[in-house]
Design a protein around this ligand. Structure first.
Ligand code: NDP
Length: 394
């Protein structure tokens, strides 16, 4: 029986993964090793009652008594805290879904790679923060990383049977997010509610705001560089409002392979779950005659400064990715708290990177987990200072 674990089971990607696992037979087909959540203990317990994992873990220590009560008498072990999540990742499983949001997903993903045969990676922050370390760990332990981000799954599928050396460019599509058609001058006043109204994808709150600011796409540009090993100048971004082409690969003979499908994460999750085979998935089929037209436009870097910043991060290399991601997470927190404006998020990240470059050697190529966590921590301190300064001026 195939064994699986889901990290971030209670989130948007986690729910879609759970749905596919249940449709494929649930506990009859899979032996679940670990299920983890953050604070949503009620949902975690419901899932655990169905899939009967060895262990259910919540990140928040204060939620442990509720989790213990909810799973009393089931025989499912319960635990809480970051160390318990890392320990759960040490339990070998054939297939592991990494769907915790943010830098918190890095350590469990790394630990799982040391044992797991396949890591389905939704947590793009791991690759942005620690790409070289993650890829080297996978290579050392003969583990397979399967991209789950729809863009990277699309690229991965377009590259099956191809030589990466024949790739001229990779074109990432972006919906442009909820504020795509707003006048540039109005963006500074955008509220959280307005930024959350994504036109096509139903996703977690944080990634939805990151889509509106294109910080999500900026992370994906870096993720592409780290995962596929292409040069930054080979990666392009195009706005495609319909979100039906998930990304494209251009080859040196001029051919372009595009991956199309309905905007439903169960496609890329299902591809990773069934890889290397394909199996039927419960996703809507496209009616091309009804769609009739697809549109594209170049992104405006003034509207989306994150796309400019990610180029600077790729040039700096080393720990700049960790600093970029951590500063972005703090900026997003402050925006969600209503303390800074929508466009201030890019200001916080830019200011943090500018202050950290001389303070520590971001360019280092010798990356240990300690270096990465150190850069992450310092960037959070610097970004908090930058956000406080901006908030005071509002
Ligand atoms: P959600 O916010 O919906 O879910 C996040 C999950 O992580 C939840 O299970 C949450 O628990 C848990 N969690 C939150 N904080 C912590 C923490 N500090 N430690 C451990 N667990 C924590 O996120 P998404 O599902 O939207 O995204 C997950 C990842 O997948 C992200 O990296 C995102 O960029 C990526 N991704 C998401 C896509 C999507 O369609 N949603 C598409 C492509 C990539 P709880 O809810 O119980 O508090």
């Amino acid at each position: 029986m195939r064994s699986i674990s889901i990290f971030g089971a209670t989130g948007s990607v986690g729910e879609s993964t759970y749905d596919l696992i249940c449709r494929a037979g649930g506990a009859q087909t899979f032996r679940t090793v670990a299920l983890t959540g953050g604070r949503n203990v009620a949902r975690l317990a419901e899932m655990a009652r169905v899939l009967r994992p060895e262990v259910a873990v919540c990140a928040d220590d204060s939620c442990l008594p509720a989790l213990r009560d909810a799973l009393a008498g089931t025989g499912v072990e319960v635990a809480a805290g970051d160390a318990a999540i890392a320990e759960a990742a040490d339990r070998p499983a054939d297939w592991v879904m990494s769907a915790i949001v943010g830098a918190a997903g890095l350590v469990p993903g790394l630990r799982a790679l040391r044992h797991g045969r396949a890591l389905a990676l939704a947590n793009k922050e791991s690759l942005v923060t620690a790409g070289p370390l993650l890829m080297a760990t996978a290579a050392r332990h003969d583990a397979q990383i399967l991209p789950v981000d729809s863009e990277h799954s699309a690229i991965y599928q377009a590259l099956v049977g191809e030589d990466i050396a024949a790739v001229e460019r990779i074109i990432l599509t972006a919906s442009g997010g909820a504020l795509r058609d707003w006048p540039l001058e109005a963006l500074a006043q955008a509220t959280v509610k307005e930024a959350l109204a994504h036109p096509n994808w139903a996703m977690g709150q944080r990634i939805t705001i990151d889509s509106a600011s294109m910080f999500n796409k900026a992370l994906e540009v870096i993720e592409t560089r780290e995962f596929f090993g292409v040069r930054p100048e080979q990666i392009e971004v195009i706005i495609h409002p319909e979100s039906l082409i998930h990304s494209l690969v251009g080859f040196q003979d001029g051919a372009i392979m595009a991956h199309m499908g309905a905007p439903d994460m169960r496609h890329s999750i299902g591809y990773a779950l069934n890889w290397p085979a394909r199996a039927p998935l419960p996703v809507a089929r496209l009616d091309l005659a009804q769609i009739a037209t697809l549109s594209f436009r170049a992104p405006d870097l003034e509207r989306y400064p994150a796309l400019r910043l990610c180029r600077e991060v790729m040039e700096a290399r080393g720990l700049a990715g960790a600093a970029f991601n951590a500063a972005k997470e703090i900026a997003l927190d402050r925006f969600l708290e209503g303390r800074i404006g929508f466009m201030d998020m890019a200001g916080v990240v830019e200011d943090t990177l500018a202050r950290m470059m001389p303070e520590m050697c971001l360019e280092t190529d010798a990356m240990t987990l300690e270096d990465i966590l150190g850069a992450d921590h310092l960037a959070r301190v610097r970004a908090s200072e930058a956000a406080a300064a901006l908030a005071a001026r509002r």
